[in-house]
Every structure is written in structure tokens, then in C-alpha cells.
Design a protein around this ligand. Structure first.
Ligand SMILES: Cc1cc2nc3c(=O)[nH]c(=O)nc-3n(C[C@H](O)[C@H](O)[C@H](O)COP(=O)(O)OP(=O)(O)OC[C@H]3O[C@@H](n4cnc5c(N)ncnc54)[C@H](O)[C@@H]3O)c2cc1C
Length: 487
């Protein structure tokens, strides 16, 4: 069986790990593709500043579903990297743990081949009138150099960053915040810097830029000016009401869907069971970063329970989300997704304390009400809702990655090519169409592609909010099970 894995980050490495474990591994020939920098590490866990931390305790995140401590145990046995507070480790350490798998496999098995190149095209070879397909993967424009496969995994991670104010290409506009240690490469010491976006990527840049740029404060601006929540004490929680059995029951009475309001009712019953004061916690923001961070730090138990139940919701969101009608999915995105987003992927408490220090010492300034950014007279002009205008020399874009195929540009050429060749098609709510249960790609030309799978943020229309490491690992395990049971 000829297999290609395109993208060797968390999803790609986990797929490889699962394939290596299988009984039929010796009959496989596996080619893995990525650029030389990210090969085996991926984007979030690439080599970057040690100040960028994994957002959950190291002992809770690994590529092994049977041993969540595996990464932490790996950290303890190696001697290259040592940190004084290893509870929350830097992200790049996880990258080295993943890369270690790849190194070991490359060393031990000659049926795994590593191509340190990006893939530019994947097309489908099929004779007119026939339904058999062969997948062709290319790293250059020469068609004769493309390689043929029986199975392709598309695991290319996040799409490129949004460019909400159309600033891409302007000198001084840094279109992506990673790696953060490159953001100051072309910046003068006297430059005034602003970061747009106040999410997790923004926190990463704040940590790096405030430590290395002499001209302070750094302004951080967005429409709402709200920072992510702070990680509380998260207990293990199970659902009693939000269950596949309950959903199946409701679906039988509602034309195959679960009405959103019914789903919310079940969710609130589960919250009540765990004494989670949803109403208070959801409306806790006072739109003041210091007050908000302090509240979260001081309510670690109550907030942790809410974060746990939201995390559990995300873990189960494939069947929850895909039980909703399209109308209800849209309503969910407007009414509930912002709550889920604000309260999940919380920052470690030590990051919150650092931010409070920065704000108190005037090294960062967090602004809300950002409406527009225009480039005039060699300056970036920030226009706020209250008509105030501020000027900056440098803008670092931390607004998050795109989700819709319609927004893509040449930075996502592979996906544009896949769409143009009719291998993939957009999902109306983001990413590409896949079968929710199996991650098989649904092509507009060839129907469900039996052996072409996609994982990760490219599938966000189906896998809404399910992009954390452990969720990706679970999907990879299921996908390999599916492949091996259907080959
Ligand atoms: C900044 C950031 C921080 C995060 N931190 C955490 C965290 O602390 N904990 C957590 O659980 N989750 C975190 N996440 C979520 C994270 O997205 C997932 O956990 C996971 O790393 C995603 O895995 P992936 O394989 O889909 O993407 P990645 O790990 O990024 O892998 C995708 C790979 O595909 C490669 N690629 C792209 N295009 C091509 C091409 N044309 N040809 C070949 N290769 C290609 C890329 O170079 C990359 O190596 C974070 C996400 C981001 C963006």
C-alpha cells in the first residue's frame, strides 16, 4: 500500500505512529512531506521562544491516548532541555518530542521516506468511464515527477492568517506572528509597535516583543479588547444528559436533527449537576483586562468546572455539531461559539500574572474598539470607535487564521489548487467537506474519496472547535482504524 502524509505536524506524526503500530505496516510504503523547518514539529510546536507555553499541564498532553503522561516522561528522560518549572513546558519542547518519533522511525524502518519539500498539487488520475482513482502528489510543476499513491492524508494544519484591513505586502506589516523570534528582524529600536488581535497568538507575541523591543509600551488592539480566559482548576467531568443516546432519541422526533434549544437544555442540566453557575461565569467580563484576569485567577475552582465542561463539549462536538440543522449551526456560531471561544484554550495562570504585571507597569496597553487600520504617510493609522486615531510604524498581525476557502490567497496555494482540480470543495461553515465519522474527503467530482483523508483545521466546518492536540490525536487514531478496516 503506497501512502502519502502531507504535513508532518501533530496530525501527520500521529498518523505515522498509528500506521507503524499496525499489523500490515511491513506491506506499506509511506512517504511523508513537509518543509525542512516544520518536518516532525508542525507550526504551533516549531522552534520558537521558550516563553511560548503549552496551554495545558505537560503531563496532560501526549501523542499516546493510552498514556497522557508520555510527553512528560519523555521530557524527564532527555537531557537536552531542562526548565525550572516543568508543569507548563514551552511549546517547542513538544515539537522535539514529536520529532523524536519521526527520527526513530526513519532510523528503524526503510519503508518510510521523508521528503523535505512542500506539496504543491494533489490531483486524481482516473480514466473516463471508470470509478477507480489514483492519487498523485506533486512537489513541483513537472507532472512526470509526481508520485502515485493508494492512500493520501492531508494534514496541513492551519490556513494562512486573516488580513482584515488589507495590509499584506506593506512594509512594516508582519502578516504572521510565528515564529515570534523573527517578528523583530526588520524592526528599528525606535519603532512604535502595535499588535492586532487579542487572542492566544497575540499573547505569544506580547511575551516575545515586550522582552526584546526597547520602545514600549506595545499597543494591543482589537474590536473587543478581550483576552482569553485563565486556566482554572479543571476537574474530570462526564456528561449525563448530553449523550449520543439522548441525541438519537431527539433526532427521531425532529426530522433527523437535534434542535439547538434542546441541546442547550441538556447542556444546562449537565451544568446544574456539576453546580456550574453558567449565567454568572458567562457574563463575568467587566471589559477591563486587569479586572478580568484577576477574577479568573481568584475563581479558579468555579471557572475550572466551566472550562472542563466546555472542553468536554469540544471533545464531543463532532456528533453534537453534526446533529444540528444548518440553521441551528449558524445560530450556534453567532450565539454560543463566542462563549466557547472565550472560555476554552485558556492561558496558563503564570501568563495571566505576567500580563497583569505588564499592564500595571505600562509595558503593554490593551485597546478595544478598533474599527479600521489604514496606511498613510508611512504610518499605520488605527481608527477606534470613539474616533481616536493612533499611529504606529510596525503592525504585527495576530488576528488568527482563515477558516473559509473563499478568503484564501497565494499563501494557501495547495488548497486553492485542490479546489480548482475538484478534489475538494468548501464546506459552507468553513474548511472543506469531509465525512464527519471517517474524515474522508468529499470531492465535488468524484464523490467520497475512499482513501483520501483530511484532519486538522482544514476540516473546521465539520470539526468545529476541535483542533487541540488530544482531539487531533483521537481523530488520527480513528482514521487509521478506518483505513485498516476498509482496505
Ligand atoms: C499558535 C498555536 C498554539 C497552539 N497551542 C496549543 C496547545 O498548547 N495545546 C493544544 O492542545 N493545542 C494547541 N494548538 C492547536 C493546534 O493547532 C493543534 O494542537 C495541532 O498542533 C494541530 O496539528 P496539525 O497537524 O493539524 O497542524 P500542524 O501541527 O501545524 O501541522 C501541519 C503541518 O503541515 C505542513 N504543511 C502545510 N502546508 C504544507 C504543504 N503544502 N506541503 C507539506 N506540508 C505542509 C506545515 O508545515 C506543518 O508542519 C495551538 C495552535 C496554534 C496555532
Amino acid at each position: 500500500m503506497r501512502i502519502a502524509i502531507i504535513g508532518m505536524g501533530t496530525a501527520g506524526v500521529t498518523l505515522l505512529k498509528e500506521l507503524v503500530k499496525s499489523d500490515s505496516f511491513s506491506k506499506m510504503s509511506i512517504d511523508v512531506y513537509d518543509n525542512p523547518i516544520n518536518m516532525g514539529q508542525g507550526v504551533p510546536f516549531q522552534n520558537d521562544s521558550a516563553e511560548l507555553l503549552i496551554n495545558l499541564p505537560a503531563a496532560q498532553m501526549s501523542l499516546n491516548l493510552d498514556n497522557h503522561r508520555e510527553f512528560y516522561e519523555w521530557y524527564e528522560t532527555q537531557s537536552t532541555f531542562k526548565f525550572s518549572n516543568p508543569e507548563y513546558l514551552p511549546r517547542f519542547i513538544f515539537g522535539h518530542y514529536m520529532k523524536d518519533y519521526l527520527k526513530k522511525y526513519n532510523h528503524n524502518y526503510d519503508n518510510i521516506h521523508t521528503f523535505k519539500e512542500e506539496v504543491s498539487e494533489v490531483f486524481i488520475e482516473s480514466e473516463i468511464g471508470q470509478t477507480n482513482v489514483t492519487y498523485c502528489v506533486c512537489t513541483s510543476k513537472e507532472i512526470e515527477n509526481c508520485r502515485k499513491y493508494d492512500v493520501v492524508f492531508l494534514t496541513i494544519g492551519t490556513l494562512s492568517y486573516h488580513d482584515p484591513y488589507g495590509l499584506k505586502g506593506i512594509r512594516g506589516y508582519i502578516k504572521t506572528p510565528y515564529p515570534t523570534y523573527n517578528t523583530l528582524d526588520d524592526v528599528q529600536d525606535s519603532d512604535e509597535i502595535a499588535i492586532i488581535g487579542t487572542g492566544l497568538a497575540s499573547l505569544d507575541v506580547i511575551r516575545y516583543v515586550t522582552a526584546h523591543h526597547p520602545k514600549l509600551p506595545i499597543t494591543v488592539a482589537s474590536r473587543k479588547g478581550r483576552l482569553p480566559s485563565v486556566r482554572g482548576e479543571m476537574p474530570d467531568i462526564d456528561f449525563k444528559y448530553v449523550t449520543p443516546e439522548k441525541f438519537n432519541e431527539i433526532k427521531r422526533k425532529h426530522f433527523g436533527n437535534v434542535p439547538l434549544d434542546e441541546a442547550i437544555k441538556l447542556f444546562l442540566k449537565d451544568c446544574a449537576l456539576h453546580n456550574i453557575d453558567v449565567e454568572t461565569l458567562v457574563h463575568r467580563s467587566q471589559d477591563d483586562p486587569i479586572k478580568d484576569l484577576t477574577y479568573d485567577l481568584e475563581h479558579a475552582d468555579a471557572l475550572g468546572k466551566l472550562q472542563s465542561i466546555l472542553e468536554l463539549t469540544k471533545e464531543n462536538l463532532n456528533w453534537i455539531w453534526n446533529s444540528l440543522s444548518r440553521e441551528d449551526q449558524k445560530r450556534f456560531l453567532t450565539d454560543y461559539q463566542p462563549i466557547l471561544k472565550e472560555n476554552s484554550n485558556p492561558m496558563p495562570p503564570q501568563t495571566a500574572r505576567l500580563l497583569i504585571d505588564h499592564i500595571n507597569h505600562g509595558t503593554i496597553k490593551i485597546n478595544n474598539g478598533l474599527e479600521d487600520v489604514q496606511y498613510r504617510d508611512n504610518k499605520f493609522n488605527f481608527n477606534y470607535k470613539d474616533k481616536l486615531i493612533e499611529q504606529f510604524d510596525i503592525v504585527i498581525n495576530a488576528t488568527g487564521s482563515k477558516t473559509q476557502l473563499a478568503d484564501l490567497d497565494e499563501d494557501d496555494q495547495l488548497v486553492l489548487n485542490l479546489e480548482n482540480r475538484q478534489v475538494v470543495q468548501p464546506h459552507p461553515l468553513g474548511g472543506i467537506q469531509i465525512v464527519a465519522e471517517t474524515n474522508q474527503i468529499i470531492s465535488p467530482r468524484y464523490g467520497t474519496l475512499k482513501h483520501m483523508y483530511a484532519l486538522g483545521q482544514l476540516t473546521n466546518g465539520i470539526n468545529q472547535s476541535r483542533n487541540g492536540v488530544m482531539m487531533i490525536v483521537k481523530q488520527a487514531v480513528n482514521v487509521v482504524d478506518h483505513l485498516l478496516s476498509t482496505k
